[in-house]
Design a protein around this ligand. Structure first.
Ligand code: UDX
Length: 444
């Protein structure tokens, strides 16, 4: 099939590359000429495991191409995926200008039937807006071309996006007509494996499904974080509690990890956007979401609070080693990362910070700019020399099983503050480290 993907950001690039990989003829368009040139020359604008290989393979096979030519992109694909950004407005609602601009272009240049598939995360009702914008452009041109509107939200996890696209647990399709549904079925047939994974519904329900999924997961995390804070005060260990409740299949083990707050490009933005949609379009205040946001805002500062509780408010003569800058492992993404809050707070209190991350240090340099008190180490252990404590923010695999004696020997004071509950407290303490984790009162 001929497919156009508008937007070569994270979602667009992964979708375009994976769709090309199963044999489709995919043209990706972006207004960012520099990014398109980079992609044409075999470069990668983002770090995502496995993506580079798929892009290279399909570019070489001629199935995946990149352009800045809007007209050519509208002419190319019967299916037009819109995968552009929807950054938050000041009030937290999603800014639709890029989505609607993509729709306008489709209306401006289409010359035949088009299925316009929205993959960007957009508020309920956006499908209707996209339809009106395309229809308006067609009226201006005095032309009649058929088109269908589809909502097909993505559920890609950063760091696992290629696998998530290739082996989805569900494919949500919101559509209004059989012609579009049939095309989507054909398009996704290679990804369905042995049984039907496509869930067909109306456009509005599909749009809401995306927000509902992320808000539900964010709620679980915030609830676990609050339980962890309580466990700590009550002398219980959240890791035991997690196993105890996760064994109930109604609860399950996934996404039940207490930590230093959720971050990333989706959860914070989507929870805010759903709350705003509820207020503006639904006329209701979603009390649970308010609490989720407040709990997460507080949790992002929990590592700093633990540092202050241990070392006092004046951190002027202190130095801290920070392991992990990305908002989660296997990505260099630092959007809304807890590390940003921790490092800003530490620097603000006069401390020195030496940070290490396997892939996100270049991104961190961009985020923090030049700062005399912030340095980067080339290995995890070298970050520790002369530091007062090691603070772990991201659970990279390479941090899972460290040499605790080597850590202790390099630190000025033997303190390990673990924002991800990576270790067995007894093992850490046996090596002479003071172990401060999240919600682990019972093992104090
Ligand atoms: C998320 C959704 O999982 C994905 O389906 C959607 O399409 C986009 O948003 P992503 O933002 O890539 O994906 O990351 P995810 O792995 O879901 O983690 C989100 C945040 O929650 C991270 O900050 C992570 O550290 C945190 N988290 C996750 C926890 O604190 N505890 C958990 O148990 C799980």
């Amino acid at each position: 099939m001929k497919i156009t993907v508008v937007g070569t950001g994270y979602v667009g690039l992964v979708s375009g590359a994976c769709l090309a990989d199963v044999g489709n003829d995919v043209l990706c368009i972006d207004v960012d000429a520099k990014k398109i040139r980079l992609l044409q020359e075999g470069g990668m604008p983002i770090y995502e495991p496995g993506l580079k290989e798929i892009v290279r393979r399909n570019v070489a096979a001629g199935r995946l191409r990149f352009t800045t030519d809007i007209q050519a992109s509208v002419e190319h694909g019967t299916i037009q995926f819109i995968a552009v950004g929807t950054p938050p407005d000041e009030d937290g609602s999603a800014d639709l200008q890029y989505v609607l601009e993509a729709a306008r272009n489709i209306g401006r240049y289409t010359s035949g039937y088009r299925v316009v598939v929205d993959k960007s995360t957009v508020p309920v009702g956006t499908g209707d807006k996209v339809r009106s914008v395309i229809a308006e452009e067609l009226v201006k041109r005095g032309e009649k071309h058929e088109f269908s509107i589809v909502s097909n939200p993505e559920f890609l996890k950063e760091g696992a996006a290629v696998g998530d696209f290739m082996r989805p647990d569900r494919i949500v399709v919101g559509a209004e007509d059989d012609r579009a549904i049939e095309l989507m079925r054909t398009l996704y047939a290679p990804f369905q494996r042995n049984h039907e994974r496509m869930i067909v519904m109306d456009v509005r329900s599909a749009e809401l499904t995306k927000y509902a999924a992320n808000a539900m997961l964010a709620t679980r995390i915030s609830f676990m974080n609050e339980l962890a804070n309580l466990a700590e005060r009550l002398g219980a260990d959240i890791e035991h509690v997690r196993q105890g409740i996760g064994a109930d299949p109604r609860i399950g083990y996934h996404f039940l990890y207490a930590g230093c707050g959720y971050g990333g490009s989706c959860f914070p933005k989507d929870v805010q956007a759903l709350r705003q949609t509820a207020r503006v379009d639904g006329g209701i205040e979603m009390k649970v979401l308010n609490a989720v946001v407040a709990a997460n805002d507080a949790q992002k500062r929990v590592l700093f609070a633990k540092t202050v509780a241990r070392f006092g408010h004046d951190l002027n003569t202190r130095r801290f080693a920070v392991w992990g800058l990305a908002f989660k492992p296997n990505t260099d993404d630092m959007r809304e990362a807890p590390s940003r809050y921790l490092i800003a707070d530490l620097l603000g209190a006069g401390a020195e910070v030496v940070a290490y991350d396997p892939v996100a240090m270049a991104e961190a340099r961009r985020v923090f700019g030049d700062h005399a008190a912030l340095r980067y180490a080339s290995t995890p252990l070298s970050a520790l020399e002369g530091a007062d404590a090691l603070i772990i923010v991201t659970e990279w695999k390479e941090f899972q099983s460290p040499d605790f004696s080597a850590i202790r020997d390099r630190l000025r004071t033997p303190v390990l503050i673990d924002g991800r509950n990576l270790y067995d407290p007894e093992v850490v303490r046996a090596s002479g480290l003071d172990y401060i984790a999240i919600g682990r009162g019972g093992s104090a």
